[in-house]
Design a protein around this ligand. Sequence first.
Ligand SMILES: Cc1ncc(C[n+]2csc(CCOP(=O)(O)OP(=O)(O)O)c2C)c(N)n1
Ligand SMILES: [Mg+2]
Length: 465
Amino acid sequence: MGNNKKKSKASSNGHRSRNGSRPSNSHVGRDHVATAALESLPRAQSRGRVERSSTGSPNHNLRTYEIPDFRLEHPQFSVRQLTDKDKTGHEHVRYEVTGDLDAPVPPIRDSKYLDRQQAIEIYRYMLLNRKMEIALENLYKQGKVVGGVYFGLGQEACSCASAYALDQDDWFAPMIRNQGSLLVRGFRASDTMMQYMAKADSPTRGRDGTSHFGDIEKRNMVSPISMLGDLIPVMSGVALGARLQGRNIAVMTYIGDGGQSTGVTYEGINFAAVQNLGLVLFVESNLWAYSTPSEMQYRCKDLAERAIGYGIPGVIVDGTDACQVYDAAHEAVERAYAGAGPTLIEAKMMRMKGHAIHDAASYVPKPMFEFWKKRDPLARFENYLVKDKKWLTAKENEALIAEIEEVIEAEREIAVNSPMPTPESAEGGVFCENGCHEIKPKYAVPKVKKGTSGYKETEAAVHLK
Ligand SMILES: Cc1ncc(C[n+]2csc(CCOP(=O)(O)OP(=O)(O)O)c2C)c(N)n1
Ligand SMILES: [Mg+2]
């Protein structure tokens, strides 16, 4: 990050528009474009639509695909890496953004499914999510946090509206940006606060300072796994387990634009695709992975396009629009219940803080923050509910905000007043001990086919030996 600029050299990573500048129905100039509405394609969203070659004869080798894109705007800008040399000859890397950063903020797209009460409820969770994270930042600054703090600023619509689409029997697995999803699933703000403070009453009783806890009893939550992508096969396995117990459930998890390139991500989605498991995968396309811009992470234009390779539906939504997020999640959940397999939902938005509290994100070009600040999911949804739909009066909105502030203050008190764990408690509850909890089928006793007693040695079995 050099200020003593001499000469700027663009890296070979090029200058490419990211964040989906192509209008949803513009297929001009693309060789492989294709077709499919989410609901109408139960398995794969690619269809071999026969194209005509330039001579007019049908080209049977050319497939076409389509990725539905529900956004009402397609931001047109890109980030490139430059290297500056300072007076002493030292090289400094910085990023530059170019493009249309003055575009007007689009409206919220009306939901096909949400009614007034549900929309307000999602807004309430988003408010809780935002205010909880402000409280967490203050707790950190007061020295009350053990370790770091992660934020989902700018991603509250993605976390809250997605989890809101799940039924009680469904499962979810959050990542670091999804503290809002936990609130929707019934965790309290004080749970997350106490967790960061490693308090005795925290979900892990002080054994973990961040978010590594789950709940297999009430809220059907698999603990976050820090190795990026590893939750995906685990969640596919949860869906498979439920199916063996006679149920098609939805299992929702999240992966970042950086994390989605890991090998295990591919394996997990592929397994869910082949087995038709109800995985609902949100790709949180927030333009950064640590300090690496998305331009330097992958070559395809939109990450939803990767769904084509898996043979599953992929859709794009504006991750700052709670209605779009909810609708896509709801349709994916319905597909899961129908046993129609996984869905990949790319939610485009921006990580509005650094990776965690230690990271000031000074490498992010300021105009990018300004562009996305105008697209703040909470402010946009508030405006939609109060001014566009008139589902909340200004007074009701004020009262709701005041109520949330009171709730967060009470939760903060609970968290601060919880004691630190006693040293001797550290020896228990780390490994599963006899009788610590019962592991039993959640939905029903798995149906197993009774095998015949005779085992036939087939060629495959011999080969496996
Ligand atoms: C397999 C693996 N590689 C690297 C890391 C270290 N790491 C943790 S978070 C992160 C960046 C993640 O970026 P992204 O997936 O875009 O998610 P975001 O932080 O933007 O939500 C990295 C590289 C990890 N946890 N796991
Ligand atoms: Mg990211």
